[in-house]
Ligand binder design. Structure first.
Ligand code: IPE
Ligand code: IPE
Ligand code: MG
Length: 245
């Protein structure tokens, strides 16, 4: 547990991470513990998404990336996948006006083309409605897998070389980063994972090279604003050395 001294310190608004990434995990276990269907956990988890988006917007986080559905999650039972897609569609419709009102610019990283067409349509509507917003960039990772993202980037770069548009010598870290879904987005300073698993599960492998990692045992539906603020405070006490001394 955190010391009382740390609990009492204020969040330093001048030293916030610009980009927070979150692996939202534990919906299924939350439901199972209550002897409910896993889908009930996803429904409750959607409330936590709303709270986290609102909180990050309020305190002034510039970029928030939420891992909502991985390339591997397609292997879940069909009923669960379709329930998740239904919830996603509902979320996009119900939150659109709030995103507009709160100056949030919405985006998606991942294989959008694999999503059901009606979800793709709601994504497009939300993107169009929030395109010029400047308050916070909210990116949902949907059908996202970091390895497939990197393969896609390499294919695009190789195509440019083949077309004579790029020389091999010119390929550097910036070129690769510009071909990822996250082009133009700063790397996350902070990665949060709920539900206690100490793994990355194919999320932002390139981008988290130097991210601070915070894992909490709290299951995603139980995650609170107070805990989010505490994680941000803890982050502010970390010594980020980047290989130096
Ligand atoms: C996270 O919760 C949501 C998704 C991965 C879609 P889980 O569904 O993975 O919940 P657990 O890990 O089984 O508890
Ligand atoms: C990671 O959670 C993916 C998302 C949160 C969307 P998983 O529950 O799919 O990851 P594993 O299976 O525990 O590694
Ligand atoms: Mg999980």
């Amino acid at each position: 547990m955190k010391s009382d001294a740390m609990q009492a310190t204020e969040l330093d608004m001048t030293a916030l991470p610009a980009h927070v990434a979150v692996i939202m995990d534990g919906n299924g276990r939350w439901a199972q513990k209550k002897l409910l269907n896993r889908v009930k956990g996803h429904e409750k988890g959607a409330d936590t998404v709303r709270m986290v988006v609102r909180t990050c917007r309020e305190i002034g986080i510039s970029f928030l990336t939420l891992y909502a559905f991985s390339t591997e999650n397609w292997q879940r039972p069909r009923a669960e996948v379709s329930a998740l897609m239904g919830l996603l569609k509902k979320f996009l419709i119900s939150e659109r006006q709030e995103m507009v009102a709160n100056n949030i610019c919405f985006g998606v990283i991942g294989q959008r083309e694999r999503l059901p067409v009606e979800v793709q349509a709601e994504i497009q509507r939300t993107r169009d409605a929030t395109r010029t917003n400047t308050g916070m960039h909210l990116n949902l990772a949907l059908s996202y897998g970091s390895r497939s993202e990197i393969v896609r980037a390499v294919q695009n770069i190789a195509q440019q070389v083949q077309n004579g548009e790029l020389s091999v010598d010119a390929i550097d870290e910036d070129v690769l980063a510009r071909h990822l879904y996250t082009a133009g987005v700063p790397d996350p300073e902070l990665l949060i994972r709920t539900s206690g698993e100490m793994r990355i599960s194919n999320f932002l492998l390139w981008q988290i090279a130097y991210s601070e990692i915070a894992v909490t045992d709290t299951l995603w539906p139980d995650f609170t604003k107070a805990e989010l603020i505490q994680i941000l405070k803890d982050y502010q006490h970390r010594d980020r050395r980047f290989g130096r001394i």
